[in-house]
Design a protein around this ligand. Structure first.
Ligand SMILES: [Fe+2]
Ligand SMILES: [Fe+2]
Length: 529
């Protein structure tokens, strides 16, 4: 196998050498086409323009950041990277070589744009990838000097595995994990824990990562993005991001290369408009919504966004009609959380304007969100129109559910543990409410049972230990976490893990906590037939 790789590497660099000779000899323009060797559209001379490279053709350079996002489907992938210096005379090129017997070479040219001061954003869309094939790929700012080669595997048609994360929320390289963390490495930084989470995900053999937002914080800090992209795994796994309330800046657009991004005239503010897109991954259709940068002052204002979510779900289903068995929504502001943000007015208005009704109307299977920095999983929720919260179907209980009938809502726990929000009824931790659940008298809806005559509403009662009625499971692990999903036809198994093993009892708690990094702290299998 090693010999085989060496042979392919030799072949790759031989092709690179021929490419250099070819580029030197001609000045044609055939941008963005697989299997072509080309220059920029402006035909400009790129020699010695790339200051982050040395001047020897064929030598390597290191992009400042480099990440992948899913393409329209698994035959495509999108690349985004940063380089130092102005965009003038730069290009964006990618080259994939398959490791199968045909040793096919795919080349593509993309776009460059000025990003933050003194930095350039490069984006390339690669098409024509073959399912079940392993590739090596490299990128270039000038078509002459290339990065090192990275691994990229396209999943075979059929069963596959993916990961879910939320709120890595990278601050700075030196910032510490929440001091209340049970993560056994006490001197860890947020970046360290994010890197370890990524190491676990790579080891799981997941084929891509769906996120629920708050990749960084603050939104306009390039150093945070540099740290966010630091795990090597992000060079090999596509990462589908979400705009969180901490990501509301144009830098998000520069760092991610999104497929099928929608443009809504109804939303004039770019940070609220951006980051709404969809992609098909084998038999699962994913729709990404921007609730993170949305802060409606009332339900009527929220309705504008609900209408856009409705439109993108319709567009995604039409584009991939008859190609998917599952429909999953990714967004940021969980409507079914049970901690700090459970009584927030912005989320209340989204629900009242029909957020959960839209999910049910489109037969969404799972709604993945974050923002509330704990883990919770709902019963199938009805999507009651105009209500404060959906009605749970508590007959669909346990860890195996057949035909849920309505969406199941996940609030995904943070992937780095920058901060955790406590839960009022947590037996494993004395409720401290250090961040302060909002004193909202009408939301969340806490009814002991959705069909009971007696209902409870408001966060004061929440703080007495009454949680919103929608939850089948909730936990605050106080350890960075990640979720692994196995998709096999019309069965999906969703397991959530802590990245460390920890046992003990927190002061004031009524029970011992016990987390094993090898054993999921939540697991559910859903089958549709
Ligand atoms: Fe958030
Ligand atoms: Fe967050």
């Amino acid at each position: 196998m090693l010999e085989k790789m060496k042979e392919k590497s030799v072949l790759f660099f031989t092709i690179l050498f021929i490419t250099v000779i070819f580029i030197t000899a001609c000045s044609g323009d055939t941008s963005g086409v697989s299997g072509t060797l080309d220059q920029d559209k402006d035909g400009s001379n790129k020699t010695d323009q790339n200051k982050d490279n040395d001047s020897d053709p064929g030598s390597t350079f290191s992009p400042l950041t480099l990440g992948l996002t899913p393409g329209n489907d698994t035959t495509e992938v999108r690349i985004n990277w940063y380089s130092d210096g102005a965009a003038t005379n730069k290009t964006a090129k990618a080259r994939f070589i398959s490791l199968n017997e045909e040793e096919e070479l795919i080349e593509a040219t993309g776009t460059v744009n000025a990003a933050s001061a003194g930095k350039t954003a490069h984006k390339v869309e690669v098409t024509g990838l073959v399912p079940g094939t392993s590739y090596k790929y490299s990128v270039s700012n000038d078509g002459t000097r290339w990065s090192e080669m990275y691994d990229f595997n396209v999943p075979a048609v059929g069963a596959f595995r993916f990961a879910i994360v939320s709120d890595p929320q990278i601050i700075t390289a030196s910032s510490k994990i929440d001091p209340r963390s049970r993560y056994p490495h006490t001197d860890t930084t947020i970046v360290h824990s994010w890197q370890e989470t990524m190491t676990k995900i790579i080891a799981s053999k997941a084929s891509f990562i769906a996120c629920c937002g708050d990749q960084v914080s603050p939104a306009n800090n390039e150093a945070c993005y540099t740290s966010f992209f630091s795990p090597p795994g992000l060079r090999s796994l596509p990462f589908a991001p979400i705009v969180g309330n901490h990501d509301g800046h144009m830098i998000f657009k520069h760092h991610f290369n999104l497929p099928n991004e929608q443009d809504f005239d109804e939303i004039p503010i770019i940070t609220q408009k951006m980051g709404q897109y969809f992609y098909l991954y084998n038999n699962v259709l994913f729709v990404a919504l921007n609730t993170g940068a949305v802060n409606p002052g009332n339900a009527a204002a929220a309705k504008i966004f609900i209408n856009c979510y409705d439109q993108i779900l319709t567009a995604a289903k039409k584009t991939h009609e008859n190609k998917f068995d599952w429909l999953i929504v990714q967004h940021h502001k969980s409507t079914a959380g049970v901690a700090e943000h459970c009584a927030d007015l912005d989320i209340q208005y989204l629900v009242e304007a029909g957020f959960e009704s839209i999910m049910s109307k489109h037969n969404v299977d799972f709604v993945l969100a974050g923002h509330d920095h704990h883990f919770s999983r709902s019963y199938p929720l009805s999507g009651r129109d105009g209500g404060l919260v959906s009605v749970p179907d508590k007959t669909k209980d346990g860890n195996e559910i057949i035909n849920p009938g309505d969406p199941i809502y996940f609030t995904i726990s943070p992937a780095s543990g920058m901060k955790y929000y406590t839960i009022s009824a947590d037996p494993y931790f004395a409720y401290d409410n250090v961040f302060g659940v909002k004193n909202n008298p009408v939301y969340p809806y806490l009814g002991l049972d959705a069909n009971a005559a007696s209902t409870m509403v408001g966060s004061v009662l929440y703080m007495q230990g009454n949680l919103p009625v929608s939850n089948a499971k909730f936990v605050q692990p106080f350890i960075p976490s990640y979720t692994i999903v196995d998709v096999d036809g019309k069965t999906m198994t969703i397991k959530t893990y802590a990245i460390g093993t920890a046992k003990g009892r927190s002061p004031g708690a009524s029970k011992d906590y016990d987390f094993d990094e090898e054993i999921p702290y939540d697991e559910i299998t859903v089958t549709k037939n």
